[in-house]
Design a protein around this ligand. Structure first.
Ligand code: PRX
Length: 673
């Protein structure tokens, strides 16, 4: 999203707890030292965790960018999250409080389930036993998990991790086509899904979507179905089985030894959208990933044993993998997992949850906050939100208005609050206003300071550091634990997408950023063809290639335009084939196609039928021209636009395209939406 980055740099807020307050200059001095000695720094962090076997080498960087952290070490993520807590006083501490979406007449949740660490350990061991004995799964096999926000989702993830089975979680809001693509690319033989779930007061029939996907997913031999609703579903004899039926055959207190895995073995694959092609499977390791999560749980969230932690993300995205499943459980917290919509039955549901459980740490998104802002502040004062101590946001830039609103309503103008920047590829958050370390004054709208040991920089076109307050490209100049290992099945692409744009193996994030005079980062949004809709990452290419599957469509260009709540929403410009008329009916049809093929999150805001699109001489769509017209903005700094086109060409294309779109919009006979 193109955010106005000329923001008031002078605004600063101080947290109530000033004991760790540090001058940004001193923070940056310390940061510099950790970056210069980054291997030693990360080795110190890794010593915070137990290992089956310690490492021989901190980092193998002999084959960049395929880095291996803590080489020679042996570990297991499920063991880190469970066994050590069960062997300690935390055994009977509540690990997960799960709340289903439906409410009774008095507004009380109909279903709340609590799992202690001992309960979770028991369930994970039983599921691991099942996967191992009945499905013969072993280290290195892949499975796909297509589950909603129910306790079985973390249970299956931890059970796979225990065996070294590489899991691929697909967000339950994705369509059958998206699910099928991910199953096929990961070559999974087993799918784990559910009969359905509640979302916004409605039942979503997940098994039907899974069945549809399975028509085009030949690698799947078996399906395990979690009985969430107990509704009648299609069960294919010999292929599908209910989890509860299967577990009846498993001994009650069975123990499955956690497999001793190499630090650099894969833990999971998670698909994410890029600029071109289908979503890419990011592969995360175990050792480096867990070290990064341990560090950031402590330093960003300042987790303590008495905390009640709630991350409002969906486990189907990376935020949920890192900060609902592996991070918090490794730290032994008590956490909330909520099934449904944060605004069901009304916008106060989140406030009710905070009050009900006394949430102390809250990790949420700007889209969620903007949704809550639709109501007056008084709407929330009937809830006691005083328990909250640390808050963070993630997923997209936070506008200062949303920051201030949240800081006042939930933060009571005293809590710790910041916007943590990171991405699927980074494994964990890499910038924050660090609550558990040295706190620098909070600046609304910024992403705070880079994590120690992480060499984050804003650079110009050539990869040289940009001056303070000049917009540039966000890169990471040195490897860090948690960095994705590769793209599943396509290592060349990993090099090409992330490590070839800038020199010296700099990791190219795809984001625009600014560093202000005090050293704070402001991440301004994507510099490529990726858009963030309600914080969810979508490649415009995916939407365009879906649109051209329709027989009426000759060409399509999709861009993101600002949206008050969702941050950004997609808009499509479509050229039709001869013989087709662009009207409302066709626009709806195209939108339905996108929703069916990608998922409801990809819903197009508008479809505009045009006769041509602005292109470079080599027929590449000038995206920023399309974007400028779509957002009603002047074309701005044309010199940085399209590499191949001259400034005059871009300007001409812009004016032509603008004239065309304005003509369409002002045409009284225009029948399109
Ligand atoms: O553009 C940045 C934006 O989200 C992108 C990564 O998306 P994804 O892989 O889905 O991971 C999202 C959750 C970690 C980034 O390239 N982004 C993420 N967090 C922020 C952000 N933009 C601004 N501020 C943030 N706090």
């Amino acid at each position: 999203m193109s955010v106005n980055w000329a923001l008031p740099f002078e605004e600063r807020l101080l947290p109530a707890d000033k004991s760790k307050l540090l001058d940004p200059k001193i923070y940056l001095e310390l940061h510099k030292q950790t970056v210069e000695n980054f291997k030693e720094f990360w080795a110190e962090r890794a010593k915070e965790l137990p290992w089956f076997k310690p490492w021989d080498r901190v980092l193998d960087d002999s084959n960049p960018p395929f880095y291996k952290w803590f080489v020679g070490a042996e570990t297991n993520a499920s063991w880190l999250c469970l066994d050590r807590h069960v062997a300690s006083w935390r055994k009977n501490k509540v690990a997960i409080i799960w709340e289903g979406e439906p409410l009774d007449k008095n507004g009380k949740p109909l279903e709340i389930k609590k799992y202690t660490y001992a309960d979770l350990y028991k369930e994970v061991n039983r599921v691991a036993y099942l996967l191992k004995t009945k499905y013969n799964l072993k280290k290195g096999d892949t499975v796909t998990i297509y589950l909603p926000m129910i306790p079985e989702l973390p249970i299956f993830m931890l059970a796979c991790a225990r065996l070294g089975v590489v899991f691929n979680v697909v967000f339950a809001g994705f369509s059958s086509a998206s699910l099928s693509d991910r199953i096929n690319d990961s070559k999974s033989a087993l799918l784990i899904t559910a009969d359905g779930f509640w979302r916004n007061g409605k039942i979503l029939h997940l098994k039907d979507i899974a069945d549809e996907a399975l028509k085009t997913s030949p690698t799947i031999r078996n399906v395990i179905v979690v009985r969430r609703l107990g509704n009648k579903i299609n069960i294919v004899e010999g292929r599908d089985a209910y989890l509860d039926d299967l577990l009846r055959e498993v001994p009650e207190n069975v123990y499955v030894e956690p497999t001793r895995l190499k630090s650099e073995d894969p833990l999971y694959i998670l698909y994410t959208s890029g600029t071109t092609g289908k979503p890419k499977g990011q592969v995360h390791d175990i050792g480096g990933y867990m070290v990064l999560l341990d560090t950031t749980m402590k330093w960003a969230f300042d987790v303590r044993d008495e905390d009640v932690y709630w991350c409002t993300a969906d486990i189907g995205w990376v935020t949920g993998h890192s900060y609902i499943v592996f991070g918090p459980l490794m730290e032994g917290v008590t956490e909330i997992i909520y099934e449904g919509s944060l605004t069901y039955p009304d916008a106060a549901r989140w406030a009710a949850i905070i009050e009900r459980y006394g949430v102390t740490i809250l990790y949420t998104s700007p889209t969620a906050i903007r949704g809550w802002m639709k109501n007056p502040k008084e709407f929330y004062t009937r809830y006691n939100l005083a328990s909250v101590r640390v808050m963070h946001s993630v997923g997209e830039p936070i506008n200062p208005e949303a920051f201030r609103w949240f800081y006042e309503v939930v933060g009571k103008n005293r809590n710790h609050f910041g916007s943590t920047w990171w991405m699927t590829e980074t494994g964990g958050l890499l910038t924050a206003h660090w609550a558990g370390l040295y706190t620098t004054p909070m600046k609304p709208g910024t992403n705070g300071m880079p994590l120690f040991g992480v060499d984050l920089e804003v650079v110009d076109d050539k990869g040289d550091p940009q001056r303070p307050e000049e917009r540039g490209y966000l890169v990471i100049r040195k490897p860090w634990p948690g960095l994705s290992l590769t793209i599943w099945g396509d290592p060349q692409r990993f090099i090409q997408v992330y490590f070839s744009r800038f020199k010296n193996h700099y990791f190219w994030t795809g984001d625009y950023a600014v560093r202000d005079r005090d050293g704070y980062f402001w991440i301004l949004g994507r510099a490529d063809e990726v858009i963030k809709v309600a914080g969810h990452r979508l490649g415009t290419y995916e939407l365009e290639s879906t649109l051209i599957q329709h027989p009426a469509v000759a060409e399509a260009a999709v861009v993101g335009i600002p949206d008050e709540i969702k941050g950004e929403v997609p808009v499509a410009f479509v050229i039709l084939r001869q013989g087709y008329t662009g009207d409302d009916k066709l626009a709806t049809e195209l939108n339905n196609l996108v929703r069916a093929k990608v998922g409801p999150i990809a819903t197009l805001k508008t479809v505009i039928f045009v006769s041509k699109l602005p292109k470079t001489r080599s027929a590449k769509i000038m995206r920023r021209v399309v974007q400028a017209v779509a957002t009603n903005r002047p074309i701005g700094d044309v010199t940085t636009l399209e590499d191949e086109a001259s400034v005059d060409e871009v300007k001409k294309a812009y004016l032509e395209f603008l004239a065309e779109v304005e003509k369409i919009k002002s045409d009284p006979n225009n029948k399109q939406s």
